[in-house]
Design a protein around this ligand. Structure first.
Ligand SMILES: [Zn+2]
Length: 203
């Protein structure tokens, strides 16, 4: 029998539909989760709903580096153990998790929230480039590490940034080759990432 024709309460269908929109949750899993949620105590359901709403209401972007945070500024920008002379530029907040996991980098970050991609209509004004340039105006930064993804969009973005930043007299480096081309930083393993940071080169 076609699953879509199984009669069920309107509210349950709605829940299945919403769960099905989550990454990695297919129609079958959505159904299983929905019926599981139907059975849990109301209190537990409230905790889940509340956790989802709270993350939407309280997690925001750090006004300095644009990492996701629930405090202002974020713990990395706030820390006095970080080298304020270095800014590592990444595409997404989850790239910071990958780089922090190596424990090798002690500078600050800047999250672009994307990469330049003419084919997808993402231009230089659509990512946080203007904000990066504002940060560099203060003169306290002596190295910018371009850690955009080693793929077409990431390389284009890195080249564009290099042309903007070099005239400011700031050293611009790029993560070492060794990260396979076409991959994304967040999926790189610690050893490869550590080598890439340590072996970064003038760009
Ligand atoms: Zn920050």
């Amino acid at each position: 029998m076609n699953q879509n024709l199984v009669p069920t309460a309107e509210a349950v269908s709605r829940l299945i539909q919403e769960l099905n929109k989550l990454p990695g949750i297919g129609p079958k899993s959505a159904q299983r989760l929905a019926y599981y949620l139907l059975r849990i105590p109301e209190e537990q359901a409230k905790l889940l709903a509340d956790a989802i709403l709270t993350v939407k209401q309280e997690v925001r972007l750090c006004p300095a580096c644009f990492n996701v945070t629930d405090c202002d500024p974020c713990p990395i920008c706030r820390s006095d153990k970080r080298d304020r002379g270095k800014i590592c530029v990444v595409e997404q907040p989850q790239d910071i998790l990958a780089l922090e996991h190596t424990g090798i980098y002690d500078g600050l970050y800047h999250v672009l929230h994307g990469a330049i991609s003419p084919t997808e209509g993402i231009g230089t004004d659509d990512i946080r480039i203007k904000e990066l340039m504002e940060r560099l105006q203060h003169g306290s930064v002596d190295e910018v590490i371009l850690a955009t993804n080693p793929n077409l969009e990431g390389e284009q973005t890195a080249m564009y940034l290099q042309r903007l930043i070099s005239p400011l007299g700031i050293r611009v480096t790029r993560l070492a080759r060794g990260l396979p081309f076409g991959t994304e930083l967040e999926y790189a393993d610690d050893v490869t990432l550590t080598r890439a940071i340590e072996g970064r080169q003038e760009f």
